[in-house]
Structure formats: C-alpha cells, structure tokens
Ligand binder design. Structure first.
Ligand code: MN
Ligand code: MN
Length: 468
C-alpha cells in the first residue's frame, strides 16, 4: 500500500510529461532588462530599414562599426577576420572566419529582409476626378482589405534617364506628407459588403492617393497629375518615364512601438522577417572567435518565393561559401555538405481570437521563446525540407544546454493553409537546416505584433549556435 503522503502519479508526470512554461517566468529580473534594452535597438532598426535596400544599408553600418570589411576572393584570411559581400544592394552576407578547418563546414543563419507591401507599377501615375493616384501591384502575400485607410510612405530607387540612381523616401520624417488608399464609407458599402473578404478590396483597387491640386487654371487636361509630377521633378529631376526603371515600395508610415500596458510586445510593420534578420545580424556581430566559420545571410525576395538573383533560390550564398572555401584551398561542395544552417524566419503565433485556425498542442505562443520549426509546407508537408530527428535533436540539446527559452511550432492546423521559408533552398545545397524564429500575431499585416522575449531568445539561439 502506498504511503498517504506520496503521489506516484504526480511524480511520474513530473518525470515523463513535457513541461511548458511562459518564458517571462523563466528569466531573471536582470535578463528582463536585457530584453528591453536589446529591443530598443531592434525598434531603431525596424524604423530605419523598412525595405530590403534600407536593411542592407543599415546592416552594413552596424557591421562596419564591428570591423567588417568587403570580401576579396583573392585575399588571404585568418581566424577572426570579418568580411561581407553585398549582392545588388538587396542581399548581404557576412562571415566571421573560424579557427577550425573550413572543410569541416560553416554555420549559417539565414533570414530575409523583404516584406509584403505595395509596389508601384511601371506607369503608376494617373488622374481621375481631379485626384492624382498611383497604380500598384502588391508584393508578397497580403490581405488586401488591410491596406486602405492607413498612412503610407514611399521608399525606393529610380534610375533616371541620365543613369543616376535617385533614392526616394517620403513619409517617414516629421512634417513629411503621407499617402493613402481609400475605402468606401459604411453608409454606401452595402454592395461591397456582399463581397468575400479576399475581394473586399481588389488588387486594382489598391490605388494610392497622391494629390488633388491642379497645376494652373489652364484649358489643359490632367492638371492635378501635372502638378504632382512637377513637385517630383523639382525635388528629384524625375519625369513620368523615369518611373519605368524604378523600384518604389509603399509601406506603412507608422513607427514601431511597444504594445501592452506591460510593454511586453512590439507592434510594427515588417517584423517578418526583420525580427529574425536583426538577431541574425547581432549574433554574428557579437561573435569574435568562433571555432567554425559563421555566416549570416540577409536575403531578398523570400516573400515572392526566393526567385530572382537576389533571392536564396539563386547561387549567391553558394558562391559566397565556395569563394570562402577557395581562400583556404577547400572544395566548396565539401564545405557545404558539412555545414549547418538555422533558417531564421517567423512562425504564426497562436491567436486566441482566431483559435479555430490553430492546433493548440503544436502551435507557437507569444512569450514562450524562440520557435524551432522542424518542418513547414502545406498539404502533407509539400515544399518543406523537414529537418531530421538527428539535427533537430542536436539543436534541441544546444538550446537546452545554454538555457535558451524555446518552443516548437507548426503553422496552423493541418490542411488549413501552410507556408514555406528559405530552408529548402539551403537544404538543397546539402546543408543540414532547421527553421527557427519568432512567433508573430497578425503576420503579413501592415502592423504585426511580437513578444520582446521571443526576439531576444532568437538572438540568443543564433549566438549560441555560432559560438558553440
Ligand atoms: Mn518570413
Ligand atoms: Mn512572410
């Protein structure tokens, strides 16, 4: 007969059951302050880097301050050297040379720096009913109804007819004008209300209002458009045809801010995937003497499938690793086959308001730490690289041994949707890859929300991966 004071079931549960606990309950008051301080730097990065080009520029400023120099494939490097390579201003790769033989592999952290937004079409300008507007083609997976009636800023670059590249950023500084997509008033929306949510606003209705004042009292047509083009010409020397060779992105004009009475979260445009790009960057910048050579890649074009020569479905990362290998007389393919990667991208945080989309036992939760995602994909894991049990175990043990707060997460219920990351493109080079990242509420919306604790734990996970 069992002693009355013992409870064998409770003891066995203690031994056998998985233990989940909110991350805030697992860190000290001192570490809470570290989390808050780290996230101030992250918010500054978010506000300064709303496009992939701006992310590259800002990442380089931080990296150069940490001693990073442009990579020269014909130079000789030794342990501790820090190099970078920029691919067309939209993807950047950093490497810190390790003390061990590069032939034994490198450690890669890969995140993306493009985010869903509204791109201008090549002939964007038109006038209708004395209003000047811009035609757009949305970039990445957006819910189109979320984009009207919010302040927008315009960012990007235009190659002028004379060959000069003009960088544009309007709507971010105090006193700047903003732009906006309109929506119908509820009083007149009875027909629009019958549409299904995906068509509540259609792609061709995402037209940005940019002016309403005519140039002059002339018997000419399109005088409002003329006035807008004149303002642009006087400021930038651009004509309408210059916009044919432009990459202009309309992004939300608001800044990142704390969310909640307890300030435990951050709301911002573009967490996906700056919330992993920034930790990938800070982790390598804090790494001084790694055993293996470590690489952080911040890539473009993930949101449209990683295609194009600045996406990770190109050879840009492979070529960088091969060139590094060549500096040490190693074979690039051999280095890659011995390499490991954390594909750092966001996951969907469990949302109690929309709980029916999630499977509660296997979702990631705000504040429960960095998410380790073994597989992504959709409809029977299609399009995933699915990390092996061995590699998943290796990362699990690393995080546990270093006291990193982490959790697992699958993106929503089976067959309700799905998604992918750059993991499969890196896996196809023979590298061991697993997805890690930050759970996000309202992912791909103009204003996404994350937990500060999860941002910090993603930094810690990548740092410990690089410095093991
Ligand atoms: Mn992403
Ligand atoms: Mn995304």
């Amino acid at each position: 007969m069992a002693d009355k004071k013992t409870n064998p079931s409770k003891e066995l549960k203690e031994k056998l059951f998985s233990k989940r606990k909110n991350g805030w309950l697992r860190i000290t008051a001192e570490e809470k302050q570290t989390v808050a301080d780290y996230c101030e730097g992250y918010k500054a990065f978010l506000n300064a880097a709303k496009t992939e080009r701006e992310a590259v520029v800002n990442a380089l400023v931080l990296a150069k301050a940490h001693g990073y120099k442009e990579f020269d494939r014909n130079a000789k490097y030794c342990a501790g050297d820090k190099v970078y390579r920029v691919n067309r201003g939209k993807t950047v790769m950093f490497a810190c040379i390790g003390s061990e033989d590069i032939a034994d592999g490198v450690l890669i952290s890969a995140a993306h720096i493009d985010s869903p937004r509204l791109d201008l079409k090549q002939h964007p300008f038109y006038e209708d009913s004395d209003i000047a507007l811009l035609k757009t083609h949305y970039y990445g997976g957006i819910r189109k109804y979320q984009w009207p009636t919010i302040p927008l800023a315009l960012h990007g670059s235009v190659l002028r007819a004379d060959g000069e590249v003009i960088d544009i950023k309007i709507g971010e500084d105090e006193g700047d004008p903003r732009f906006v997509v309109s929506d119908l008033l509820p009083h007149l929306a009875s027909e629009q209300n019958k549409r299904n949510l995906p068509d509540g606003i259609t792609g061709e209705e995402l037209n940005i209002i940019v002016g309403s004042c005519p140039f002059a009292d002339d018997p000419e047509s399109e005088l409002v458009k003329l006035n807008v083009l004149n303002v642009i010409y006087e400021k930038y020397g651009l004509t309408e045809d210059d916009f044919i060779s432009a990459e202009l992105e309309a992004v939300p004009a608001f800044a990142a801010c704390d969310i909640g009475f307890d300030r435990s979260m951050i709301g911002s445009y573009g967490h996906d995937d700056r919330v992993c790009a920034y930790p990938s960057l800070t982790a390598i910048l804090e790494t001084e003497a790694p055993k293996k050579t470590v690489i952080t890649v911040l890539a473009d074009k993930e949101e449209t499938g990683s295609d194009g020569n600045t996406g990770l479905n190109s050879d840009c990362l492979r070529n960088f690793v091969w060139d590094l290998a060549r500096c040490f007389g190693a074979d690039g393919w051999n280095v890659l086959e011995n390499s490991e990667c954390l594909s750092a991208d966001v996951n969907a945080a469990y949302d109690p308001t929309f709980s029916s989309a999630f499977e509660s036992r296997n979702s990631s939760y705000i504040g429960y730490g960095v998410v380790v995602t073994k597989y992504t994909g959709a409809r029977g894991k299609s399009g995933t690289s699915d990390a092996s049990a061995e590699y998943t175990g290796k990362i699990r043990n690393l995080l546990d041994s270093k006291g990193v707060v982490w959790q697992t997460g699958e993106l929503g219920k089976v067959d309700i949707g799905g998604g992918g990351t750059v993991a499969k493109y890196i896996a196809s080079m023979g590298v061991d890859v697993i997805d890690i990242g930050v759970p996000v509420l309202s992912m791909h919306s103009p204003f996404e929300t994350v937990s500060k604790l999860d941002v910090w734990m993603t930094h810690r996970a990548i740092y410990e991966f690089f410095n093991r």
